[in-house]
Every structure is written in structure tokens, then in C-alpha cells.
Design a protein around this ligand. Structure first.
Ligand code: IMP
Ligand code: MG
Length: 171
């Protein structure tokens, strides 16, 4: 298994700052952003992004799992944080990568019944070519081809999350 670099640590850092800049502008009149970060892959992106956001953030996590190895199972197992109160709040959901869109479609459906003031999606990577469900992020770092990526939080069977860059697996 060989890993080829797709985005360097510097490229990631620069792009995170750019996304945060747009979010800061879009939310400048809001008192607080209710962040929901989708574990586990989004932890690195969430931590970096939030430190660049100037609006106060209320940070929440939920856990979703749909992948085994390098394949989407097509089913998503979600452990909702029971204590996440979103009614009347400006919610920003943070993902590491959108692939089939199945995870986000399920999350959007779940949260849409809870009357948030607004609901937006921010993902670092977007694999539009693999989409099964129609999910369009409001903020994205990079659009990528159909490659399996690791690093910057993203894993293959729980491994390689700690890589500081984003690479793709070439076999
Ligand atoms: P989706 O439900 O198919 O959109 O997949 C969402 C989740 O699958 C992402 O949040 C990731 O955790 C995981 N995933 C999708 N593609 C990749 C990849 O290329 N590398 C690592 N994880 C991935
Ligand atoms: Mg994820």
C-alpha cells in the first residue's frame, strides 16, 4: 500500500483560513454558531477551523460510521448526541469528506425536524463524482476525484488519521 500526497500541510492550513474567512463574513451578525462536528474524521478540521472563526462557537459532536475498509457499506450508523439542542440556533455541521452523501442526508433529515434558525454544511473534501444522495455543502475545502484519501483525520480501518497531510492510497 502506497500513500501519495494530495494536499500538503501548508495547503490545508491555507485553505482552512480561507474557509474561515468566508464563514466569519457570513456569520458576522450572529451571536453564536452551533457547531456539530461529525466524529471521528472531522476532529482535525474542526479544531483548525474553529480556531480561525471569530464568532463564538458552541461545539458539539456526534458519531457516524458508514465505511468498512475502503468501501461505503451504504448504511450509516449514527450515534446522536442526545444533548444537542438546536432549536432556533444557527447550526454549522462539519464533515471531513462527503462521498456518497448518505451520512449527511440522514443527518439533514434528522435535524430538519428540530427547527434550527439556519442549517449549513461545511466539509473539507468533496467527492461529488461518488454522490448517491443530493447533498451540496455550503462551504468546502477541495473538490477531489474518486480517490480513497487518508490523513488529516481520515482513516482506513481506523489507521492513518494522524498524518498531517492528506494522501491517497495507490495499490
Ligand atoms: P458518505 O456517507 O458516503 O458521504 O461518507 C461519509 C463518511 O465516509 C465521511 O465522513 C468519511 O468519514 C468516510 N469517507 C468517505 N470517503 C472517504 C475516504 O476517501 N477516506 C476516508 N474516509 C472516507
Ligand atoms: Mg466523516
Amino acid at each position: 500500500m502506497q500513500i501519495k500526497e494530495l494536499f500538503s500541510r501548508q495547503q490545508i492550513e491555507d485553505r482552512v483560513k480561507e474557509i474561515a474567512g468566508v464563514i466569519n463574513e457570513d456569520y458576522k451578525d450572529k451571536k453564536e454558531i452551533c457547531i456539530i462536528s461529525v466524529l471521528t474524521g472531522s476532529v482535525f478540521f474542526t479544531a483548525d477551523l474553529l480556531r480561525e472563526i471569530k464568532i463564538p462557537c458552541n461545539l458539539n459532536f456526534l458519531k457516524a460510521k458508514s465505511y468498512q475498509g475502503m468501501c461505503s457499506t451504504g448504511n450509516v450508523n449514527i450515534s446522536y448526541g442526545d444533548d444537542i439542542e438546536i432549536e432556533g440556533k444557527d447550526v454549522l455541521l462539519i464533515e471531513d469528506i462527503i462521498d456518497t452523501g448518505i451520512t449527511l442526508c440522514a443527518l439533514k433529515k434528522y435535524y430538519s425536524t428540530m427547527n434550527p434558525a439556519s442549517f449549513k454544511i461545511c466539509t473539507f473534501l468533496n467527492k461529488t463524482c461518488r454522490r448517491v444522495e443530493n447533498v451540496v455543502p455550503d462551504y468546502e475545502g477541495y473538490e477531489i476525484d474518486d480517490k480513497f484519501v487518508v490523513g488529516y483525520g481520515m482513516d482506513v480501518d481506523g489507521k492513518l488519521r494522524e498524518l498531517p497531510y492528506i494522501g491517497y492510497i495507490e495499490d
